[in-house]
Design a protein around this ligand. Sequence first.
Ligand code: SAM
Length: 213
Amino acid sequence: MEQDFWQARWRENRIGFHEDTPNTLLTRHFAKLGLHAGQSVFVPLCGKALDLDWLCAQGLRVSGIEFNQGAVEEVFDRQGLAPQVTREEGITRFHAGALTLFAGDFFALTSGHIGQVDVVYDRAALVAVKPEDRGAYAAHINRIAGPVQQFLVGFDYDQSLMQGPPFSVPGETVQALYQETHSITLVEERAADGRIGERCNALEQAWLLKPLA
Ligand SMILES: C[S@@+](CC[C@H](N)C(=O)[O-])C[C@H]1O[C@@H](n2cnc3c(N)ncnc32)[C@H](O)[C@@H]1O
């Protein structure tokens, strides 16, 4: 099962996807989203990314969902926050200040859980989803967040060189998933770091998705 796979990775500390600093594609291009303090960003499949802290530091309201409860708790611990914890329809909600993280399955999350969303920040989330589930993932994002702006950071590489996750999600796939709801612009691509860069010459790509009027 998908959840068992990810929980095992967390248990065994096989979390090479976790970055030691906020993602620099996010920090460099964030201004393009035109957000202001008090607006809200939803981070699907958020792990314990330092991006969450960085987004909070911009004055945004931040929500996210992650299977692994320990990862969620760690984000609050490192921010020195003592969250209120409540259980809602099989999902555990952690909330303190401007940060709300859910421990549970993304596909069980509803718009009622996350409330108003102004932007979706997807870093290594779409690329973590099995190719056969991508259509459902993109449709669920649009359903629960609404067809809002998205900043999407993923990888493009020759899939025959490595098994995912992370899977390769080339530009044609981003287009196929979101072109009916968004205009899509590649804002930057660069050689990916780490194992995926060394093994597959992968590109890390940042996409800006703007909702069609
Ligand atoms: C590749 S990691 C990326 C984490 C984070 N975005 C980051 O940049 O560090 C994917 C994460 O999604 C979580 N995940 C995968 N499928 C999920 C699902 N259906 N619901 C909730 N979390 C999920 C995994 O536990 C894992 O932490």
